[in-house]
Write a protein that binds this ligand. Sequence first.
Ligand code: FAD
Length: 318
Amino acid sequence: MSDGPAAGDAVDVVIVGAGAAGLSLAHRLPDTASVVLVDAPAGPLRPPERTWCFWEEGPGEYDDAVSASWDLLRVRGADGRPAQGSAAPLRYKMLRSRAFEALVAERLRGRPAFRRVEAAVDAVRDLPGGGAEARGVAGDGRRIALRARWVFDSRPPRRLPPARTTLFQHFRGWFLRAERAAFEPGVADLMDFRVRQPDRGLSFGYVLPFGPREALVEYTEFTPALLDRDGYERALRHYTRDVLDLGAVRVPAVEQGVIPMTDAAFPRRAGTSVFRIGTAGGATRPATGYTFAAVSLRRRRPRGYRFALGRPPSSHIR
Ligand SMILES: Cc1cc2nc3c(=O)[nH]c(=O)nc-3n(C[C@H](O)[C@H](O)[C@H](O)COP(=O)(O)OP(=O)(O)OC[C@H]3O[C@@H](n4cnc5c(N)ncnc54)[C@H](O)[C@@H]3O)c2cc1C
């Protein structure tokens, strides 16, 4: 197996960040492109394992990593009344980020012109003579510079751009096992408003069942301020015990997250040869927080689509 481009070589593409957007882009680029994918070393910059859900019609190219899927979706009002429907021809699919990373890593393995690097990137900039570079600190403390014709940067923005409206979608979820059979494995509850509502914004329960006793149960708020850990735990206890009436539950794993919901503009172009991708490039839908489908799924190409590594970037990437 080749080690890919040697350190110091200028390559076609440097991708900063091996999350949903970075891995999807690396996977999508042609085998012939020389690519360096750089991700932060294990530590505070690297996010913990997450669950990504998305809608897709028919079989998809990441199905081998999908851990569950549903075609019946439900929303419950504050009075508990359900509205349920089929998503067909779509399915609501769930994959865990580690499974996605492993699948993509397997597919990239053996690409002769692909290389992975671990470094905390602290600067990405155009170069005066053309192309761009990403600079950072490698796992062993050395400073490195990665040069490319194009750099795609998915590092999360340090602060959100100014906006008329900024809410946060923030949540904590329990992967739980209930004592009694309490879930309908074929139905995903996208929003259950039987939870206590905050003074500003709204909150809901979210239930993705894997079996009659197992589910991911989340408490989510769309509000301007985050809760502390106890706040989420209290809300989850209330939802699972008093609303869902699950009785005693075991919680082998949890997940927690914050997704910005904002009408701010996220400029995708950060230089002549530098683009932002993923959440950093505005791929998160402000009204829902969904991002995965936008960065990962294959789309029908618009008429006139053309993006060749050797030519100036075409106008759709602005
Ligand atoms: C807990 C959680 C659950 C979510 N669930 C869903 C969902 O169900 N469906 C959905 O559509 N969206 C979901 N989202 C929103 C969105 O899909 C994810 O945030 C998604 O990971 C965004 O992809 P990304 O590539 O932009 O960022 P990330 O996946 O976060 O990738 C960023 C990468 O950059 C790397 N990085 C950061 N700083 C540096 C640095 N200085 N140098 C080098 N590398 C760096 C990180 O290690 C990381 O690998 C969820 C978000 C969270 C937090």
